[in-house]
Ligand binder design. Structure first.
Ligand code: S3P
Length: 162
């Protein structure tokens, strides 16, 4: 089975939907943030602090490449995966890309001021980042899944049937 790649902003539900899909399909879920944390032995905020965002983005691209060399995988990406141009090509060749789309207000209620997310400190910069990235998610996606008002089961069904 082709890899399923989940993209979207912070709080879009990539990990939650990934877990639900893993239960439903016989595919392995790999969460890129967890993969980086496990291989480095450090948390995301620590990695941002030590190496800076740019260095984190390098780790993220390397992890994406390595993970997508396998198949039958569900890949939950970090919200910043669209920050690097090279990741578009890696994702395009690595599986089917699903954008979990939601409104910025909903995203903020789920991911705002999360101490584990260095880029969700205040609403103004969160919004600005969302505005900068929103067309990039649409560009990278094979399928756009509007998630607002839908249950996890419904979203899983849409992805399964796409
Ligand atoms: C980031 C999103 C995070 C994590 C890091 C940076 C971003 O992942 O990779 O904090 O730049 O949007 P989630 O989208 O899972 O929160």
């Amino acid at each position: 089975m082709d890899n399923i790649i989940l993209i979207g902003f912070m709080g879009a539900g990539k990990t939650t939907i990934g877990k639900a899909l893993e239960k439903e399909l016989s595919m392995e879920l790999i969460d890129i943030d967890s993969f980086i944390e496990e291989t480095s032995g450090k948390s995301i905020p620590e990695l941002f602090k030590i190496g800076g965002e740019d260095w984190f983005r390098n780790q993220e691209s390397e992890a994406l490449k390595a993970i997508l060399e396998g198949n039958n995988r569900i890949v939950a990406t970090g919200g910043g995966i669209v920050e690097r141009e090279e990741n578009f090509e890696i994702m395009k060749n690595g599986g089917k890309v699903f954008y979990l789309k939601s409104t910025v207000d909903k995203l903020w209620t789920r991911a705002g001021k999360d101490p584990n997310r260095p880029l969700s400190k205040d609403l103004t910069s969160f919004r600005k980042l969302f505005e900068k990235r929103k067309s990039l998610y649409e560009k990278a996606a094979d399928v756009i899944v509007e998630t607002d008002g839908k249950s996890i089961e419904k979203i899983v069904e849409i992805i399964k049937n796409s």
